[in-house]
Design a protein around this ligand. Structure first.
Ligand code: BG6
Length: 472
């Protein structure tokens, strides 16, 4: 028996900068990622350096047809990918788009169409043109709103007949923690004022709302969603002060969804601004623009975290952008991200109760080191750890469906191995498909099906019926 709705979309997710490579081909300009050889660990370089694995990534730019065919073999009904802004507007501030860049995504969409795969497109996924970061200090500058809306409008015009599902910004709340990655803000984060950071947040939120409006006008049946990091915060102890801390940490995240769904800033957010002495420049037009709300909320989910009011215990662990105080009851991945399948059901219920709009899980998965072995003459990876992780998370999605949560679909992160956003490594692998490329840049780029490839095909074919209840 399966609990998933009949039209539930099953698939995988990627981002242009983590798969395409060809960083200087097809008229593409530099993006911030081309200057980030160490991910978020160090300051960006002035020029691209050969150690940056993203410059070639997994060469999706040339291998997209083969890769999408493998997704189809698994039975994907949806493929989430992003469009590299710097392929369309190389510097970001041009008036006219780059036709060669647009034509590339036409070809990607042709392949999706050929295999009956629904495209889910992220307009901006951590890959703002570098020029906008260096010359404008990214989203701190109000002029980026118009540039982004121009870029998004070009995409809606060009692809609107074929793409109905759009996400405006990847993990928009990540700007709180990684202003360069998520806000293209060149100023080092320890020098960034609260005033500038929150103004940048406001600009992104207005840009997202304006793009949503244009999408609805251009594509009558468009479904536009925001995209946030979901990471529920649990109180470390039953102490009410810990519970309040956990609530406030959740609210810091909810604020982004609240604006996207409700069209205005919530009271607790205004309080934060007051307490930080931030006075946002908000025009009447901005307020009107924010009223263009989204059709659904999408999110990434990798982990939960704990919060405590006790300063002595406020020691942050590793984690997806945000991290938090480690939960003593949970185990972690090799990269220290704690594994909490029930947290996904928890987040789904929180979001549904709060917003009452459909939800889409557009990232979830396990980054792990894989070993390529030979079985019956075929190279593969026996990734039972990944299968267990995904089974347990998807099982909880099924539980949430039974809780009454409306869920549009699930795209696992890095359905094909790709370059990590936080560490810029290829050895942190998420895929069902192994890519022969290593951290030192060596490798043939050949693709191999992992054990999880067949497992996921079975999950999709059975519409979730093959998922098993986690061991008690
Ligand atoms: C999300 C991002 O934060 O997590 C992805 O949207 C990223 O771009 C993913 O790759 C996994 O993180 P990482 O650091 O393991 O690549």
């Amino acid at each position: 028996m399966t609990t998933f709705p009949n039209d539930f979309l099953w698939g995988g997710a990627t981002a242009a900068n983590q798969i395409e490579g060809a960083y200087d081909q097809g008229g593409k300009g530099l993006s911030i990622q081309d200057l980030m050889p160490n991910g978020i660990k160090t300051r960006p370089t002035d020029e691209p350096v050969p150690e940056n694995l993203k410059l070639e990534a997994i060469d999706f730019y040339h291998r997209y047809a083969e890769d999408i065919a493998m997704f189809a073999e698994m039975g994907f009904t949806v493929f989430r990918f992003s469009i590299a802004w710097s392929r369309i507007f190389p510097n970001g501030d041009e008036q006219e788009p780059n036709e060669e860049g647009l034509a590339f995504y036409d070809r990607v969409l042709d392949e999706c169409e050929k295999h009956g795969i629904t495209p889910l497109v992220t307009i901006s996924h951590y890959e703002t043109p570098a020029h906008l970061a260096r010359e404008y200090d990214g989203w701190t500058d109000r002029r980026l709103i118009d540039m982004y809306v121009r870029y998004a409008s070009v995409l809606f015009e060009r692809y609107g007949k074929r793409v109905k599902h759009w996400l405006t910004f990847n993990e928009i709340n990540a700007i709180m923690h990684e202003p360069l990655l998520a806000g293209a803000i060149w100023t080092p984060k320890d020098e960034l004022s609260d005033q500038a950071r929150y103004q940048a947040i406001h600009h992104e939120l207005v840009a997202s709302a304006r793009a949503t409006k244009v999408a609805h006008e251009t594509i009558p049946d468009a479904m536009v969603g925001c995209m946030v990091i979901a990471g529920p915060n649990y109180p470390l102890t039953p102490d009410p002060s810990d519970a309040m801390k956990a609530l406030q940490a959740d609210q810091a995240n909810f604020a982004f969804g609240d604006v996207h769904v409700r069209g205005e800033y919530p009271g607790y957010f205004k309080r934060t601004l007051r307490e930080k002495g931030v006075e946002l420049e908000i025009t009447d037009q901005d307020r009107a623009d924010l009223r263009n709300t989204v059709d659904f909320v999408s999110f990434s989910y990798y982990m939960s975290a704990c919060e405590t009011a006790d300063p002595a215990k406020q020691i942050k662990g590793e984690g997806n952008i945000m991290g938090g105080v480690p939960n003593p009851t949970l185990e972690a991945s090799e990269w220290g991200w704690q594994i909490d399948p029930q947290g996904l059901r928890y987040a789904l219920n929180q979001f549904w109760d709060r917003w009452q709009v459909p939800l889409f899980i557009v990232e979830n998965g396990l980054g792990a080191r894989d070993e390529l072995v030979e079985v019956d003459g075929q190279k593969t990876v026996i990734d039972d750890y990944r299968i267990d992780y995904m089974n347990d998370h998807l099982y909880q999605v099924g539980e949430a469906v039974q809780d009454g949560v409306e869920i549009l679909g699930y795209t696992s992160w890095g359905c094909i191995d790709l370059v990590s956003a936080s560490t810029a490594q290829l050895s942190k692998r998420y895929g069902f498909i192994y890519v022969d490329r290593n951290d030192d840049g060596s490798g043939t780029q050949e693709r191999f099906r992992k054990k999880s490839f067949d497992w996921y095909r079975e999950v999709i074919a059975s519409h979730g019926g093959s998922l098993t209840a986690p061991e008690a």
